[in-house]
Design a protein around this ligand. Structure first.
Ligand SMILES: Cc1cc2nc3c(=O)[nH]c(=O)nc-3n(C[C@H](O)[C@H](O)[C@H](O)COP(=O)(O)O)c2cc1C
Ligand code: SF4
Length: 571
């Protein structure tokens, strides 16, 4: 009965027609959110009702970290554990919960980053975000759990997430009522609209900065009867939370940008792929979609469904995201074909970041010329940044492209800064001599995470935390990344604990090149950037071996990789 209800509940909120296979991940998410686990009998019922074999469901559960078969619990607490969270007390918080909630109805663990770096320490309780878990709040949570109070009766303010907006610009200042972008767009023919986006110079905000008009043109040229628009709201990069703010405060701009995209490429299907951590945003987004439906902007000819991720960073990579939307483990696809030619279910598909769609709306509201007046020559418009770490004013900053990092640090009240990580774990660590660099696709290109570290922080702790993140998040498909991320983590931890051997330094250098050159997707090729930053710009952090024990720790990278390659049958 429970599984039947879960299936009905999942389908109730969806507009497109789907086979059960395509909804497998969504069914499992619903079951997980109902009971905080998925039982063997649930899987058997699912097989009986849908024909999806238990083993296929298990493959999906094994891939996504939020899906579990552990014993049922009433409360599952996950403490956000990126390095900035740790500096805000996440480890101590986890110990406290473990000690004070030693109860078989409660599970306590960590998760990589839940998007609360400016409001830490943060936790997820049964999939819901709770920010600023102070001593008094953690004590209240303990009492609520001990009295078995359902989450629906917890104080509403526990679940309010209010990222401070420290600086706003063209996007965050926009106060136009819903429908303004669509009304402006209705004056354009699709080709002319595409030209307008090209004239605006808009480049994707998901990290790579690819021209939005070029991507959409490729997809428009495809002649298929059915095409797909996907909004990438996976926002999994440690230290980022700006898409949360846009989904919460600027959802009209995001939805209208998607509708404009659909009209330009001639799409009938739309999806918002929302990271599982943002479950509590789902009703808000759904209400906004309903409002567009009631006004006739969304209908049978183009509609948008929300699909939830389940705790896998790799699903932010567009081809992995598409696999996940199809109900499968999020393993990146080979390219070509590119999604614009063959994406969701083989249909021509565009995938864009939340902020990109919001910018498309701005371009039609204010015009390409006005839009271009913001930003720099090759990077028009503004960039929304998530700022966290050692500064007085963490939060969201919308800056014109071309703004210097030093200006941001000043606005954020950051002093005695040792280094700034730009772009999250998959980014680069910038040294003070380079704080004059600019936010720009030709200079400091970033999807938006800025983490500040002062002189007291140990950069090897930072790097080791990021390296551990990649070990956990590597999907395991290719050997260089699967093995390479583990070796990187081991080497960095040896340096961190003063147990490194001289060869470790050479190995780390080789490994960085290997990860960059041989990985199947962007996760693996960027996983070594943190080590590369340390090797190039902070060489002093690498302590030399000082005892025999250290030499004994020597690790032969070539043999390790060879063994792994042989096991996996990859050369
Ligand atoms: C490991 C990995 C994770 C990614 N995560 C995200 C993400 O959370 N959000 C996002 O928009 N793009 C992410 N991307 C980039 C997407 O693959 C894709 O380039 C982007 O969504 C395209 O949108 P844009 O053209 O609007 O930038 C990720 C890429 C990789 C390799
Ligand atoms: S590089 Fe890493 S994340 Fe990407 S496919 Fe290979 S193993 Fe998976």
């Amino acid at each position: 009965m429970q599984v039947k209800n879960a299936i009905a509940h999942t389908r109730k909120y969806l507009q497109h027609s789907y086979s059960d296979e395509r909804l497998l991940l969504q069914y499992l998410q619903t079951l997980q959110n109902l009971n905080q686990n998925i039982s063997a009998s649930d899987l058997q019922s699912l097989e009986n009702l849908t024909g999806i074999p238990v083993y296929a469901a298990r493959q999906v559960i094994d891939f996504y970290s939020f899906l579990t078969y552990e014993d049922p619990v009433s409360y599952r607490i996950l403490v956000s554990d990126n390095i900035v969270d740790q500096y805000q007390g996440s480890r101590e918080l986890m110990r406290w919960f473990k000690q004070h909630l030693d109860d078989r109805h409660v599970a306590v663990g960590t998760t990589s980053c839940i998007g609360l770096s400016d409001l830490g320490p943060g936790i997820l309780v049964n999939g819901r975000l709770i920010s600023r878990v102070t001593e008094s709040r953690r004590e209240s949570i303990r009492q609520l759990i001990q009295t078995r109070t359902p989450l629906s009766a917890w104080p509403a303010e526990f679940f309010q997430v209010n990222h401070p907006i420290r600086k706003s610009g063209l996007l965050l200042d926009d106060q136009q009522p819903g429908g303004t972008a669509l009304a402006a767009f209705s004056d354009y023919e699709p080709e002319q609209a595409l030209q307008t986006i090209q004239d605006s110079g808009l480049r994707g905000r998901g990290g790579a900065g690819f021209s939005t008009a070029t991507k959409w043109r490729f997809c428009r040229q495809e002649t298929a009867d059915s095409k797909v628009v996907i909004c990438n709201a996976d926002e999994g990069e440690p230290g980022t939370f700006k898409d949360y703010v846009l989904l919460k405060d600027k959802i009209n701009l995001v939805i209208e940008g998607m509708i404009i995209a659909a009209k330009i490429i001639n799409a009938d299907k739309g999806f918002i792929y929302l990271r599982g951590e943002y479950l509590t945003l789902m009703p808000h987004i759904y209400r906004a979609l309903e409002s567009y439906r009631s006004q006739g902007w969304l209908s049978g000819s183009f509609d948008i469904d929300i699909h939830l991720g389940a705790g896998a960073y790799i699903c932010g990579e567009e081809s992995a995201l598409i696999e996940s939307l199809e109900g499968k483990p999020g393993i990146p696809r080979n390219r070509p074909p590119f999604p614009v030619n063959s994406g969701y279910c083989g249909l021509p598909t565009i995938v864009n970041n939340v902020e990109t769609f919001a910018n498309v709306s701005l371009i039609f509201i204010y015009g390409a010329e006005h839009y271009r007046q913001h930003g720099s020559k090759n990077s028009s418009g503004t960039k929304v940044l998530s700022v966290s770490g050692d500064c007085r004013h963490p939060g969201v900053y919308e800056l014109s492209f071309g703004t210097r990092l030093s200006e941001l640090l000043q606005m954020a009240g950051a002093t005695e800064v040792q280094a700034v990580q730009i772009g999250g774990a998959a980014g680069h660590l910038i040294k003070p001599e380079h704080f004059g660099r600019r936010f720009d696709f030709d200079d400091l290109a970033t999807a938006g995470a800025v983490m500040i570290f002062n002189q007291q922080r140990k950069l090897l702790d930072v790097a080791s935390n990021f390296a551990d993140f990649f070990v956990h998040e590597s999907c395991g498909f290719c050997t260089p990344c699967r093995v390479g991320t583990t070796v990187q983590s081991k080497i960095l931890h040896r340096f961190q604990h003063h147990k490194a051997a001289a060869q470790d330094h050479d190995n780390l250098q080789k490994l960085v090149q290997l990860l960059k050159a041989s990985s199947h997707c962007g996760l693996g090729s960027s996983a070594g950037w943190i080590s590369e930053s340390l090797l190039n710009d902070f060489p002093e952090v690498f302590n030399l071996p000082d005892n025999e024990q250290a030499s004994a720790a020597f690790f032969d990278i070539d043999s390790a990789l060879l063994e792994a390659r042989n096991l996996a049958g990859h050369q």
